[in-house]
Design a protein. Structure first.
Length: 83
């Protein structure tokens, strides 16, 4: 999961937001992920959605992250950026 997140992060930095989102979504299928890792993946998905101007999707992903980790500052920022 950390490896997948790293690949997604590289794609994101290269501007391939759809590719990064696909990697993050596939990484969510890993049953071994803990809550914190899942929250970070949703937060990263929110960032991708924001960059793709998919505002409602970005809010939904940020909310999913916040449901798992209510104090995750990045998720609050992602949600505010999409509203």
């Amino acid at each position: 999961s950390d490896a997948a997140r790293a690949v997604g992060n590289d794609l994101f930095r290269q501007g391939d937001f759809r590719g990064a989102a696909d990697v993050y979504l596939r990484a969510l299928d890993d049953p071994a992920l803990d809550r914190s890792s899942v929250a970070l993946l949703y937060c990263n998905l929110a960032a991708c959605s924001t960059r793709l101007s998919r505002w409602q999707e970005a809010v939904a992903h940020a909310d999913a992250a916040l449901n798992l980790e209510p104090c995750l500052r990045k998720a609050h920022f992602r949600k505010a950026s999409a509203v």
